[in-house]
Design a protein around this ligand. Structure first.
Ligand code: AGP
Length: 613
């Protein structure tokens, strides 16, 4: 979704701003723009379309200001067009503002400002902010150094909803004010210069030292000073944090696309997720979260709550939690969970899964749960993301930055981490047979090697993708954990190939979906659980009889069947098999998208982190 970059220092700001915006492209956006201060004048250059279009704007190379703000917009209020792009300015062009988030009371604020004589040039909620700042600025009779800061603070107090903003002012050519509430914002620090961004990767090549802002923070940046305030404009202190992410890990490293790079990174990312939590012959280690045996014995249900792929990770882990811990587990879509008045009390444990840690519905669901007295655990890939600040406990997937919109390595890391957590609970509760637990633990440790095996030769997957890439519908079927892989594989295919696809529990086919099967339709079957294999095989025969082409992902001996293509994957415990079986299907979606000539990393209409509801 929307991205923010800012710079204040001694260098020319515009190349740094555009470079940062390019690094944020992965978030998904439809327009971009930058604004700088120079000689008491605010420039404002923006347009719809890609960031590279900014280079074509007349005069962009002449922007010599050393303070600037920049933005990529993902349209919420008003269509993608130049007028609705950020930065937005007040009527007198005194302030320039970029904004991430949603102003829920923008209509009231707009009416108020129109009543005061202000005019609006865009359909956005954001345009209220520069005008509101201007309104308070003009009302302030005390025209000292603090006037700019006070005006921004007063405007922030009026806003309901979420915001991360950067503001520059023509009257203060050496200052930038930034603020956040429910939308991420960080400040990177170098000698005599500051970099601002909504996401660390945008500025990671300039610094590794960051201030991570909290809700309600307002920051005044000057070339050689930084001051932090709360909403009452009292000075507060913040710690500088060193973020050990490698800048090159957010670059393509020779791969044509981030998605392919991230698929190939999975042996490493799984190793990182396992980290020191699991060692041969030892109990799983979660000493970083304080969940006691007494607490676990007392809970009567667990909710796994998330959106999209992260929700699929929850589905994959549900059988393991229930079988090993003997506690009922419900998996919920965050945007449904929060409105269905779920039964929550102090005997409920809620686990929220989010790669970005910024997904609006997941965060809102977490806040709701806390009000009802349940304990919360956040599983996130992004250090210090919003969800991690809200939850009682946080565990990180440590998959490294995931840039492609379609999630791959974050998913397999989420499933791995959830499996480790389920085993940990079972070990604490002593609720399961040690030999079964040990079997899963041994298999977890073997995952990186087995993934490496799958990735060694992908020609067959590529060939089948070539055969079917022009099709309009593709179906995925499986049973047990294979059904959850089917759901994730189907989502991946939709996202990046724009082919309609659906996933069905194989046993459900005869209850309706089989009516869709006709000559030539492609059905992908996932068969990795020996106990369920013969049942799924029967269902595959039923679709073959009706003319379907079949693409099979399996660890069983199916080579001799009448299937169009069988991809053999290594064997593992069925409860963690989604971690292996999804990989050929991530590649299947990838190669179909490539055959169609689509933008794999930035599929249409989608954003990497969905910060609006
Ligand atoms: C994954 O391929 C999707 N782009 C999407 O479903 C994603 O998983 C979902 O938006 C949740 O994101 P989160 O993990 O950052 O909360």
């Amino acid at each position: 979704m929307c991205g923010i970059v800012g710079y204040i220092g001694k260098k020319k700001a515009s190349p740094i701003l555009i470079d940062g915006l390019l690094k944020l492209e992965y978030r998904g956006y439809d327009s971009s723009g930058i604004s700088t201060v120079e000689n008491g004048y605010l420039s404002n250059m923006k347009d719809k379309g890609r960031v590279k279009n900014l280079y074509d704007l007349d005069g962009i190379n002449d922007l010599n200001g050393t303070i600037g703000i920049a933005h990529t917009r993902w349209a919420t209020h008003g269509k993608p067009c130049k007028e609705n792009s950020h930065p937005h300015m007040d009527n007198e062009k005194c302030f320039s503002v970029v904004h991430n988030g949603i102003i829920e009371n923008y209509q009231d604020l707009r009416d108020f400002l129109i009543g005061k004589g202000y005019k609006f040039l865009s359909e956005t909620d954001t345009e209220t902010i520069p005008n509101l700042i201007h309104y308070y600025y003009n009302k302030d009779e005390n025209s000292n150094e603090g006037r700019f800061l006070r005006a921004v603070n007063s405007a922030c107090k009026d806003v309901k909803g979420s915001y991360a903003i950067e503001v520059i002012c023509k009257d203060y050519p050496n200052k930038m004010i930034i603020a956040r509430k429910d939308s991420p914002l960080v400040v990177g620090v170098n000698q005599d210069e500051y970099y601002v961004a909504s996401d660390i990767p945008a500025i990671l090549s300039y610094t590794k030292n960051f201030y991570l802002l909290d809700d309600g923070d307002i920051v005044e940046l000057q070339k050689n000073s930084i001051s932090f305030y709360n909403m009452n404009l009292e000075k507060i202190q913040k710690d500088l944090k060193n973020i050990e992410w490698d800048a090159t890990s957010s670059e393509k490293a020779g791969y044509p696309d981030y998605m392919l790079k991230e698929i190939y990174e999975q042996p490493r990312s799984i190793r990182e997720t396992i980290g020191t939590r699991l060692k041969q012959g030892e109990k799983v280690n979660f000493s970083d979260i304080n969940i006691s045996k007494d607490y676990l014995k007392n809970i009567d249900k667990i909710y796994l709550v998330a959106c999209g792929t992260a929700m699929h990770a929850g589905l994959s882990a549900q059988p393991l939690f229930e079988k090993l811990c003997k506690i009922p587990v419900t998996v919920d879509i965050a945007s449904e969970f929060r409105y269905r008045e779920p039964l929550i009390d102090d005997k409920t444990l809620c686990i929220f899964i989010s790669q970005s840690g910024e997904t609006a519905d997941t965060i809102a669901a977490l806040k709701l749960v806390k009000l009802n007295g349940a304990k919360t655990i956040a599983i996130s890939n992004v250090i210090n993301s919003s969800i991690t600040r809200e939850a009682d406990f946080t565990i990180y997937t440590h998959a490294g930055p995931e840039i492609a919109v379609a999630s791959t390595k974050a998913y397999t890391s989420q499933v791995t981490l959830l499996a480790l957590l389920g085993i940990h609970f079972a070990e604490v509760l002593e609720s399961s047979d040690a030999s079964e637990i040990n079997n899963i633990k041994n298999e977890l440790l073997l995952l990186p090697e087995k993934i490496q095996d799958i990735l060694k030769d992908v020609t067959q997957i590529k060939e089948f993708a070539k055969k079917v890439y022009t099709e309009h519908d593709i179906f995925f079927i499986g049973r047990g954990t294979d059904y959850t892989t089917a759901k994730e594989a189907s989502l991946k295919l939709k996202e990046i190939s724009y082919i309609h696809s659906d996933a069905y529990a194989a046993g459900e086919l005869k209850h309706g979906p089989i009516a869709l099967i006709e000559n030539g339709v492609t059905v992908v079957g996932i068969v990795t659980d020996a106990k369920l294999a013969c049942k799924t095989i029967s269902n595959l025969q039923e679709v073959i009889t009706r003319g379907a082409k079949t693409f099979i992902i399996t660890n069983q001996d199916l080579e001799k069947g009448n299937y169009d293509k069988v991809i053999r994957i290594p064997n593992t415990h069925p409860m963690i098999s989604p971690i292996l079986s999804v990989i050929p299907l991530q590649l299947f979606a990838y190669y179909i998208s490539k055959e169609k000539g689509l933008d794999v990393d930035k599929p249409r209409n989608l954003a990497k982190s969905v910060t609006v509801e």
